[in-house]
Ligand binder design. Structure first.
Ligand code: GLP
Length: 259
């Protein structure tokens, strides 16, 4: 049982480290799929600390060959906006590991044509063969990335309207000012996420307990976008003690259960 999100982060990073070591011997490793949000913060913190302990002869080639695609970005925000996901990634991973924005890819929220930007992002990822590992947090309404309900598993990278529930959930990142939370975002779709070689869904904190219970007990449906992940043959579900407080998991629904 992971008592806290910090214990859980170390366990997730153990797995990530193993996969990153393997990448060093691959000629054309597929890109990593990265997420933002509070859930990911202890993970990036633990990952940075772990990678800094690597010998230089391993760390340098890893960072030189780094290629990651983030899930989503708010329409209207650029990397210069402290509240953008681009700025988040730079704060938590790019700057500490000295990874430039050419390696740490994320949709351009300030593109003049967000629909075209989503299409280009999708095509770019496809040209590289899709994702290796996808890290995911869970929205309170069951979204992953910004795949808001209702959402079908064949949805691809696109511009979406954000639900009021999601904008309220994320208002804390905008100093609690709902009016500042963008109304649209570009997100990878469930189809790109489901094509990743492995998916790690990370759920921490008491506030996620109800949605986690639904995820583990309700049939897959468009009203709970994360429920489509259960059809993935290599899904890892990571939960901490608090997230389990209201849950009676039907473990048969998940092939890799770690709590
Ligand atoms: C956000 C993001 C997701 C994130 C999720 C959970 O809206 N679009 O990528 O994983 O919601 O966020 P948090 O970890 O802050 O609870």
């Amino acid at each position: 049982m992971y008592k806290s999100s910090f214990d859980l982060a170390e366990a997730v990073v153990d797995v990530l480290e193993e996969r990153l070591i393997k990448r060093l011997s691959e000629s054309f490793p597929k890109p990593l799929g990265l997420a933002t949000g509070r859930t990911m913060e202890p993970i990036y913190q633990a990952l940075v600390a772990r990678l800094r302990s690597w010998p230089k002869q391993n760390l340098e080639p890893l960072l030189d060959g780094w290629s990651s695609f983030n899930l989503d970005e708010y329409v209207g925000l650029s990397k210069g906006d402290a509240d953008s996901f681009s700025a988040y990634m730079n704060r938590h991973l790019g700057s500490p590991l000295r990874l430039g924005s050419d390696k740490l890819l994320i949709p351009d929220g300030r593109s003049k044509d967000p629909i075209e930007e989503a299409d280009l992002y999708r095509k770019h990822l496809k040209s590289l063969g899709g994702l290796s590992i996808q890290l995911l947090g869970l929205g309170m309404n069951g979204h992953v990335g910004f795949n808001e309900p209702p959402c079908h598993p064949d949805a691809s990278c696109r511009v979406v309207d954000l639900s009021s529930a999601t904008r309220e959930q994320n208002a804390s990142s905008f100093a609690g000012d709902l009016g500042r939370v963008p109304t649209n975002a570009i997100t990878l779709g469930l189809s790109e996420i489901l094509l990743a070689e492995e998916v790690h869904l990370i759920v921490t904190g008491k506030a996620k307990s109800s949605v986690l219970h639904s995820l583990l007990n309700e049939p897959a449906s468009e009203f709970l976008p994360a429920s489509w992940l259960r059809q993935h043959s290599n899904l890892f579900l990571w939960v901490d003690h608090s997230a389990l407080s209201k849950v009676q998991p039907n473990i048969d629904l998940c092939n890799n259960w770690s709590s």
